[in-house]
Design a protein around this ligand. Sequence first.
Ligand code: SF4
Length: 167
Amino acid sequence: MKIRVSGFTRESVVDGPGIRAVIYAQGCPHHCPHCHNPSTWDPEGGYELDVGDIVRLVKDTGLLRGITLSGGEPFLQAGPFAELAARIKELGLDVVTYTGYTFEELLEMSRSDSSVARLLNLTDILIDGPYRHEERDWSLAFRGSRNQRVIDVRKSLKEGRVCTLDF
Ligand code: SF4
């Protein structure tokens, strides 16, 4: 199974807790003004990576706490990203997902798209919402603007309300 990506970083300490491999999705429908990476918007851009090859790279890296699915918009390719997340979790690693959708929008999408539901359920920490330049705040950990939330997905789904994490 292939994922269209704009890039891949084997070790990062700024895209979620701990040392993480980061997979940058290619394709984003949100087009936030002042987006830091507009080259990721075109769904036909970037290049393809095989899910199995990404898993092998992660396995070979060692010392990783998990992987981060970043953008672009990972939920635009929810099927292959969910497959990747499932295989990463089998290794005992965790999954952080960045999205320009809100948690509530993803819940709504989940009702008619089982791949979105699967990726959401396999995500440990969701950093949600579009980047809003007027709310930018460089002091925030792992996010660029104050509207974005760091969400404990399992707890939020269990309790039926958005539960955020403090970083
Ligand atoms: S969601 Fe992220 S990648 Fe997409 S336009 Fe907004 S800031 Fe850029």
